[in-house]
Design a protein around this ligand. Structure first.
Ligand code: AP5
Length: 243
């Protein structure tokens, strides 16, 4: 299996508002290319659950729908990117989320990551776009499995048995920040602090917009198309599994 997925894809950044489908698409890329998903939201929630010092500090901020400080998040991401499973590339989901985080990431890749990894490829930056009403439906309908992490949606992708994970039978849960009042604050935070990240990459001609209001497989195929096209250009293509 490893030889089938030995493609070097480099860094992939998924931008987009809460509910746009970053986590859903990241999981598909993981399946296709065998590189890790690095979701800062998942890493923070894991810290909250384990009541680490970072988790204790992050908990109140996340409950209000605001952003955890750049310094804490960048330190957490640096630790994760230093792990060897990132060497062929990785999918960043929910990071960078401020212009400062984007600048930090560029510097980290240049000074540390590209020294160790085999090739220097700037991130492929994808912004998933979706209108407000659809975002609300996706966020309020989201359910996830606390055991395997699979994401469902009561409107668009329900489990076979109501509120039970198809894969492992665990009862599905609703994220505490998917409540309506917190969701609105998260969307405001996105507008104020994360839109400038797309501008940051846009000024460098590095951001590609993808219409997220399409079936999941169509969105996934468009993102994979960009990754494969670049791999072809760089001569790093292998034989990824199909969606
Ligand atoms: P985080 O966990 O990153 O949440 P988010 O960005 O708000 O994004 P979501 O996870 O809500 O949405 P998504 O785009 O992944 O959508 P999904 O694929 O699940 O962050 C949570 C909090 O942590 C933040 O508020 C902040 O406090 C903190 N934080 C995280 N990163 C940080 C950072 N870098 N700096 C500072 N603080 C940070 O899909 C949503 C639903 O839609 C699902 O039900 C899915 O099934 C459905 N769906 C997906 N695609 C489709 C489709 N094509 N058609 C129909 N339904 C679809």
């Amino acid at each position: 299996m490893a030889s089938e997925i030995a493609q070097y894809i480099g860094p992939v950044v998924l931008l987009g508002p809460p509910g746009a489908g970053k986590g859903t698409q990241a999981k598909r890329l993981v399946e296709r290319y065998g590189v890790p998903q690095i979701s800062t939201g998942d890493l923070l929630r894991d810290n909250v659950k384990r009541e680490t010092p970072l988790g204790v500090e992050a908990k109140c901020v996340m409950t209000r729908g605001e952003l955890v400080s750049d310094q804490l998040v960048c330190e957490m991401v640096a630790g994760r990117l230093r792990e060897t499973d990132c060497d062929r590339g990785f999918v960043l989901d929910g990071f960078p989320r401020t212009a400062a985080q984007a600048g930090w990431l560029d510097a980290f890749l240049e000074n540390e990551f590209f020294d160790n990894a085999c090739q220097k490829l700037p991130p492929i930056v994808v912004r998933l776009d979706l209108d407000y009403n659809q975002l609300v439906l996706r966020i309020t309908g989201r359910r996830s499995c606390p055991t395997c992490g699979r994401i469902y949606n009561v409107h668009f992708q329900p489990p076979c048995t109501d509120a039970i994970c198809d894969l492992d039978g665990s009862p599905l849960v609703t994220r505490s920040d998917d409540r309506e009042e917190v969701m609105k604050e998260r969307l405001n935070t996105y507008d104020a602090q994360t839109r400038p990240v797309a501008d940051y990459y846009g000024r460098q001609g590095r951001v590609v917009l993808v219409n997220a209001d399409q079936p999941m497989g169509v969105v996934a195929a468009q993102i994979a198309g960009m990754i494969d096209a670049r791999s072809l250009l760089q001569g790093t293509q292998a034989s990824p599994r199909h969606f």
